[in-house]
Design a protein around this ligand. Structure first.
Ligand SMILES: [Zn+2]
Ligand SMILES: [Zn+2]
Ligand SMILES: [Zn+2]
Length: 141
């Protein structure tokens, strides 16, 4: 169970005031070992935030470097909490996202070292995503 004080401090460090909806979203994302589908967040926030509020909340969190978005192998939009290296200036979530075909879980694999990618002349990268599809360790055992 994540400590609410910690979540409030996290909000504050990214320039947010505490609101029940903001705290709830962080609670959901920090509690989960996987990236959480948008639909699930929406379902859990239904009682305290309408669609527009939630939409704006997620966009502002993403902008300030608290959370990041990914798409799994089926195209489902999922959100995960950022590493502390992210801030409003830049995200540093260029880690591998592992999508499990058995449980449909998406995991942020921060410890995997990504190869250095060299683009052809004339191309400038803004961001990149690296996704692997397969079977996760929970489903393997
Ligand atoms: Zn990030
Ligand atoms: Zn799995
Ligand atoms: Zn991630």
């Amino acid at each position: 169970m994540p400590n609410v004080e910690k979540l409030i401090a996290l909000l504050k460090s990214h320039g947010f005031k505490k609101t029940p909806a903001r705290i709830r979203v962080l609670e959901i994302l920090t509690k989960s070992s996987k990236a959480v589908p948008y639909s699930e967040i929406e379902q859990q926030l239904k009682a305290i935030a309408d669609r527009v509020t939630l939409y704006r909340l997620l966009i502002s969190f993403e902008k300030q470097g608290i959370i990041h978005k990914t798409h799994d192998h089926l195209g489902t939009v999922k959100y995960a909490i950022c590493s502390s290296a992210c801030d409003a200036h830049a995200h540093h979530d260029e880690h591998v996202h592992f999508n499990c075909i058995k449980c449909s879980g998406t995991f942020c694999l921060d410890t995997v070292v990504l190869p250095n990618i060299t683009l052809p002349k004339g191309y400038l990268a803004n961001s990149y995503q690296f996704a692997i599809t397969g079977i996760c360790k929970n489903c393997m055992s």
